[in-house]
Design a protein around this ligand. Structure first.
Ligand code: NAD
Ligand code: UDP
Length: 361
């Protein structure tokens, strides 16, 4: 299949690109490289030993999207491109809605005009807000507390309305829990700019000596050890889930599904459906720090700190629908998440090198 990948140079996009190429699909990436390095694309090419197309463009550029879609004629799209820092979204809500919602609209208009109606969207467990119950299934009420989350909710709503307006669309809303880890080669991984907001990259930078200690945000949550609990999912498992979702949009069923043909969907799409992507396992901050210490052989120094405003105590998935309907399950555990992160971080202590050092894609 010809697959267009927006944001394919980023963290999750680059890992998905490897799997898409390994599965034999033809890929084209569009990315403005605002939060990514061209070195990631060059490394994907080496890892997959396959070529792919790349266009440096902003998805908000309607003319560029129309030209790109006309030229590459995608049969399916995986839409990662977006801004994702919660704090930044609070400071600049208009910028976030413009980029995330405006970019999605420009992309969707170009796709509709070109009759490409298979769409996989990067959503987030943030759309569930502070959970009413655990594990969280897809029918849990949706609500959110910040502009980043609201941009995801708005795009989900737009996609639901689009599918309701035209039955030829097949749209998978993939709600990621906490993606972590790196490709087993250690060649690509998460490369945040500045001080990492997220737990795993912060711990990795402590292990490699870039930061003195992990601040553990909150030790008085109603969790077994008092620290926050999340459902961490290996980025390579997440990448495979996108392949399963693309297959789903094309009408190929997961193992437990009935009544759906094995071939293309023809004029009738599958509508819009949401899938939680997680392991179903909760891990606390202190458990993660210990697991990373074991994987890296470095002690992770911790400072016990107050709660971070806006954090929830615990959040983990019921990922049963993805197992039944996509035929996908997470396979990699905490040890692999930590070992692969350490492999990436220790080989690339400063993140990706400058483009000149290795050449671009
Ligand atoms: P990332 O920042 O590494 O990747 C996003 C990519 O999109 C970057 O390469 C960036 O340059 C590109 N991009 C952003 N705006 C663009 C635009 N207007 N035009 C073209 N390219 C643009 O982030 P990631 O962690 O790989 O996340 C990918 C997607 O998954 C995002 O939509 C994010 O909101 C979502 N998501 C991420 C997480 C997470 O914890 N990493 C969790 C849930 C959902
Ligand atoms: N966390 C922490 N120290 C950090 C970063 C995160 O203690 O430097 C905690 C955070 O309070 C939460 C968990 O780690 O309980 C996961 O945080 P992250 O930001 O990675 O994911 P999110 O909160 O968005 O689920």
């Amino acid at each position: 299949m010809r697959i267009l990948i927006t944001g394919g140079a980023g963290y999750i996009g680059s890992h998905t690109l490897v799997e898409v190429l390994k599965a034999g699909h033809a890929a084209h990436v569009v990315d403005n490289l605002d939060n990514a390095s061209p070195v990631a694309l060059a490394r994907v090419k080496q890892l997959a030993n396959r070529d792919f197309g790349f266009t440096r463009a902003d998805i908000r550029d309607a003319g560029a999207m129309a030209a790109l879609v006309a030229e590459t004629r995608p049969e399916a799209v995986i839409h990662f491109a977006g801004l994702k820092a919660v704090g930044e979204s609070v400071a600049d809500p208009l910028g976030y809605f413009d980029n995330n919602v405006g970019g999605s609209l420009a992309l969707l208009r170009a796709l509709r005009a070109a009759d490409c109606r298979r769409f996989v969207f990067s959503s987030s467990a943030t759309v569930y807000g502070d959970p009413d119950y655990l594990p969280i299934d897809e029918s849990h009420p949706r609500r959110t507390t910040n502009p980043y989350g609201r941009s995801k909710l708005q795009i989900e709503g737009i996609l639901e309305d689009l599918a309701a307006s035209d039955p030829s669309w097949s749209i998978a809303l993939l709600r990621y829990f906490n993606p972590v880890g790196a490709h087993a080669s250690g060649r690509i991984g998460e490369d945040p700019t500045g001080v990492p907001n997220n737990l795993m990259p912060f711990i990795a930078q402590v292990a490699v000596g870039r930061r003195p200690a992990l601040n553990v945000f909150g030790t008085d949550y109603p969790t077994p050890d008092g620290t926050g609990v999340r459902d961490y999912i290996h980025v390579s498992d997440l990448a495979r889930a996108h392949l399963a979702a693309v297959d789903w949009t094309a009408g190929r069923a997961g193992e437990g599904e009935t009544g759906v043909g094995e071939t293309g969907v023809g004029e009738t799409g599958r509508g819009c459906a949401a899938f939680n992507l997680g392991t179903g396992q909760g891990t606390s901050v202190l458990e993660m720090a210990r697991a990373f210490g074991a994987a890296s052989g470095r002690e992770i120094a911790v400072n016990l700190a107050p709660r971070r405003p806006g954090d929830v105590a615990a959040c983990y998935a019921d990922a049963g629908r993805a197992a039944v309907e996509l035929g996908w399950r997470a396979e990699l555990g905490l040890a692999e998440m930590c070992a692969s992160t350490w492999h990436w971080q220790s080989q690339n202590p400063g993140g990706y090198p400058d483009e000149g050092a290795e050449g671009a894609a």
